[in-house]
Design a protein around this ligand. Structure first.
Ligand SMILES: [Zn+2]
Length: 296
């Protein structure tokens, strides 16, 4: 394992990760539906501000703003010729903020391609794997501490992503799935199936992110723990389910509720990295960091 991540994990019971990027960047003016990753090139100060806000409240792990940084996803915005530049810039922005603080880790963020793999959809496995490899190569070249493949639903896509990453780098790889369909992923994968498959792929860290409610994501991670007592687990749940208020999406879970649940993720499920997904803000991460500091 990478010495830096390894060292941090050996010293601390749990590392605090950052919160949402997409919903935060939209508050800074990113139009809904636009590619947040493009802001690495066009709005670097806003992206650095996002990272800095999370570091200031105690995030020890920050994700690069590269969730949609595969060629397949960037093509939708006509940016498929910019894969390397967008991902390299994403690492440089996160790295420059991380270095303003002590002991911060940068995880290179890789999200789903947004297309369905064959035979369910039309995306060939090799094309997906090569797209993940291309993104991971740029993230590794930029100098991330680990790769995080997140918000996946399909274990075949997870396998393509892990194989793609592994073809270009030996950095630690984390994979988290979204259990948003009655305790399973959209593809019907159970937490037990997920953890077994991910460990068989040799991932360093596995877990859950996004999802629906905090309690559903906690339930998913508890099920992973039950069948994988030794696994390194992590979680980055949403701040609950959004609803529409004055045509804006509102997430109702308060920082206090999220912090209380964070304690349960650590004490009951033994997660080693905990942060927030959609709807979580620096105030959520501040409350989580304060609550988890009392455990250590
Ligand atoms: Zn989310």
């Amino acid at each position: 394992m990478n010495t830096s991540l390894d060292a941090q994990l050996s010293q601390k019971r749990v590392l605090i990760a950052d919160g949402a990027a997409g919903t935060m960047l939209q508050q800074m003016g990113l139009p809904p539906g636009n590619a947040p990753d493009a802001w690495n090139l066009t709005h670097p100060d806003e992206v650095k501000s996002l990272h800095r806000q999370y570091c200031e409240v105690g995030a020890e792990v920050i994700y690069t703003n590269t969730f949609g940084g595969t060629r397949i996803r960037l093509r939708r915005a006509g940016l498929d010729d910019e894969v390397r530049r967008i991902n390299l810039a994403g690492v440089q922005l996160a790295r420059s903020v991380a270095e303003e603080f002590a002991n911060r880790l940068v995880f290179g963020d890789i999200g789903p391609t947004g297309e369905l793999l064959a035979p369910v959809g039309t995306l060939p496995y090799e094309v997906a794997m090569n797209a993940f490899a291309e993104q991971a190569a740029a993230l590794a070249e930029g100098g991330v501490d680990a790769l995080i493949i997140e918000t996946l639903s399909d274990l075949e896509e997870a396998r393509a992503a892990v194989e793609g990453v592994r073809s270009v780098t030996d950095l630690p790889v984390a994979v988290t799935l979204s259990f948003d369909s009655k305790g399973r992923t959209m593809f019907g994968v159970t937490p037990e199936q997920a953890i077994k498959a991910l460990l068989a792929l040799g991932v360093t860290i596995a877990g859950a992110n996004c999802g629906r409610t905090l309690s559903e994501t906690l339930e998913a991670v508890l099920k992973m723990r039950a069948v994988a007592p030794e696994a390194l687990l992590m979680a980055k749940p949403n701040a609950g389910l959004p609803h529409t208020k004055n045509s804006a999406l509102v997430y109702e879970v308060t920082p206090e509720t999220m912090a209380d649940t964070a304690v349960r993720f650590v004490t009951e499920a033994g997660v080693r990295i905990f942060g927030g997904c959609c709807g979580s803000t620096p105030e959520h991460i501040r409350a989580i960091a304060t609550a988890l500091a009392r455990l250590c």
